[in-house]
Design a protein around this ligand. Structure first.
Ligand SMILES: O=P(O)(O)OC[C@H]1O[C@](O)(COP(=O)(O)O)[C@@H](O)[C@@H]1O
Ligand SMILES: [Mg+2]
Ligand SMILES: [Mg+2]
Length: 326
């Protein structure tokens, strides 16, 4: 018996799915506003200027016109949503206060266009968003009430969690986001790996971990875009993304507030893990907006193996010294 019109599980659009979650109307409204803003980011990515903006961000990285435009689109939408207290962006130097009171309001940290340097070679890019209750944005990521990303690829997809499962929506020809995967789960161990950064700057433990992955037959899958690379690990349900500490960059490259916390929240709620090599990403207490950290994120067994190789690496000098000293 065919389902009655509009009732089959996968014709559910985003707002209706959110209303089925145990969250406030304000949070439903906020997530829907971010989804709406992404439609203007899509238009900018597809038709916007690919040149430089002539400015640089908090990290001294040259901003592209698309970074600045995407950031402005997101910020304006958040301010006018009426439910946002503080805003932090990877492309802004400091926190923007939209409203002073905290009651019933949320604070948002976002990367408006992650991987923006890939647009001019037509590779997939994305928007990453982290949401907290109240006004404090320097909280451990475990305190997030929601995390989401929008992936601008061959299909435009939106993935969110409010702590009760991880769900994917795909944009249709009417630019509506309709449910395509619900309660996505990671497997215990994977068979793909995405190694970020320069391999000639890897520390011994990470180099040994890569050889361990290759020995067990893992395939290298790395696009240089954090959002598509994480999305691949999540949707396949197996694999690991890593951007480790590098020689000369002990904190790696990726940003705790804007990239690592939201993705770690999503992956953990899909049954995976995310570590900085020492503690879970979500337990890091951020000390500044621009804080970076190494990351190993994906299947639990693979993240544990990565951290075990780092422990061995740290133990090696002590073992060698005790051997020499007898
Ligand atoms: O080119 P690298 O050093 O491997 O770094 C790739 C990483 O840098 C990023 O492009 C950083 O993104 P931004 O465009 O937001 O700076 C990630 O998307 C990606 O995972
Ligand atoms: Mg980024
Ligand atoms: Mg960015």
């Amino acid at each position: 018996m065919p389902a009655a019109p509009g009732t089959s599980k996968f014709q559910i659009e985003l707002r209706r799915h959110l209303r089925g979650q145990n969250i406030s109307d304000n949070l439903v409204h906020l997530i829907c506003e971010i989804a709406e803003a992404s439609k203007y980011v899509i238009n900018a990515v597809r038709t916007g200027d690919l040149g430089v903006a002539g400015t640089s961000n908090l990290y001294g990285e040259e901003q592209l016109a698309l970074d600045v435009l995407s950031d402005r689109i997101m910020r304006k939408r958040l301010i006018h949503s009426g439910v946002v207290c503080n805003i932090a962006s990877e492309e802004m130097d400091e926190i923007y206060q939209a409203q002073a009171s905290a009651d019933g309001l949320y604070s948002v940290a976002y990367d408006p266009l992650d991987g923006s340097s890939l647009v001019d070679v037509n590779l997939a890019v994305g928007t990453i968003v982290s949401i907290y209750e109240g006004c404090d944005l320097l909280q451990p990521g475990r305190n997030q009430v929601a995390a989401m990303y929008i992936l601008y690829g061959p299909r435009v997809s939106l993935v969110y969690t409010v702590g009760d499962g991880v769900h994917e929506f795909t944009m249709n020809n009417l630019m509506e986001f309709t449910l395509t995967r619900e309660n996505i789960r990671m497997q215990e161990e994977g068979n793909i790996y995405a190694p970020g950064g320069l391999r000639n700057k890897y520390n011994d433990g990470d180099e040994k971990f890569i050889r361990h992955l290759e020995a067990k037959g893992c395939k290298l899958r790395y696009s240089g875009g954090f959002v598509p690379d994480i999305n691949q690990v999540l949707m396949k349900g197996k694999g690991i993304f890593m951007y480790p500490a590098l020689k000369g960059s002990p904190n790696g490259k990726l940003r705790v507030l804007f990239e690592l916390n939201p993705m770690a929240f999503i992956i953990e709620h899909a049954g995976g893990a995310a570590s900085n090599g020492n503690i879970p990403i979500l337990d890091i207490v951020p000390e500044s907006l621009d804080q970076r950290a190494p990351i190993y994120i994906g299947c639990k067994a693979d993240v544990k193996a990565a951290t075990d190789f780092l422990v061995d690496q740290q133990a090696a000098p002590a073992a060698a010294a005790s051997f020499v000293n007898g």
